[in-house]
Write a protein that binds this ligand. Structure first.
Ligand code: MG
Length: 173
């Protein structure tokens, strides 16, 4: 049986994942409005992945007999100074999410909740990838700075990103 404290913390994390989805959808629409279809594609895949993260936590609460309690999703920013700012905000946000996942892992450890520790391991690894991938994009933007076609080149690059179902959801759709 999941503790009430853990169920509440996971419900808060579900809201955080859905807010992340909403943030990246907003960034995707912002990029699309600027004619940057590749950047829009990258953020739209982020949007789908964050919904998947929420789904993984919801599946876990259901599997443990705990109640999913969906809370309102707070408003998100709808425009940025430029694309670099959107990616910088993305990295800052993912670092906040990493801290939240770490706090959940700490709680699971304090409660000797081994099932939650096991479930959270995937998210701990996922956050390393999240921070790395957006860090790579920021590095690319830095290197392309001053080039007339820099953003165009990045846009081409990000248009190749494809969505894949995260392993905890494979075969569950
Ligand atoms: Mg996430």
């Amino acid at each position: 049986m999941l503790s009430n404290k853990m169920a509440k913390a996971i419900n808060e994390q579900i809201n955080r994942e859905l807010w992340s989805a909403y943030l990246y959808l907003s960034m995707s629409m912002y990029a699309e409005a600027k004619g940057l279809k590749g950047v829009a594609n990258w953020f739209f895949i982020q949007f789908r992945e964050e919904q998947d993260h929420a789904r993984i936590f919801m599946n876990y609460l259901n599997a443990r007999g705990a109640q999913v309690e969906l809370q309102p999703i707070a408003a998100v920013q709808t425009s940025w100074d430029n694309m670099e700012q959107a990616f910088a905000d993305t990295l800052a946000h993912e670092r906040v999410v990493t801290e939240a996942i770490n706090s959940l892992a700490q709680l699971a450890q304090d409660e000797h909740d081994f099932a939650s520790q096991s479930m959270l391991r995937w998210f701990i690894d996922e956050q390393v990838e999240e921070e790395e991938s957006v860090g790579d994009i920021l590095n690319t933007l830095e290197q392309l700075k001053g080039l007339n076609q820099g953003l165009y080149m990045l846009d081409k690059d990000l248009s190749t990103r494809t969505y894949t179902v995260p392993s905890p959801l494979a075969g569950k759709e």
